[in-house]
Design a protein. Structure first.
Length: 73
């Protein structure tokens, strides 16, 4: 947890896979935090979670998923 919100990460040589890892981790977290099934967590994430490239180093992409503070109450 940061002041900006909750963050999960994904790392892979493939940008799509790194993004999928970050989103998957966020969906798991949202499911456990808010008692949501996977489909509902994905629907909520589609409007609230931002995916951003964190880094590119040694041919590995880093992506983070951000659920902003206050986005879900």
């Amino acid at each position: 947890m940061t002041p900006a919100g909750r963050i999960t990460f994904g790392f892979d040589a493939d940008l799509n896979e790194a993004s999928a890892q970050a989103l998957d981790a966020m969906l798991t977290w949202m499911g456990s935090l808010f008692g949501l099934d996977r489909a509902t967590a994905l629907a909520l994430a589609s409007t609230t979670v931002d995916l951003r490239v964190t880094q590119v180093a040694n041919q590995v992409w880093g992506v983070h998923a951000l659920l902003p503070t206050g986005a879900v109450r």
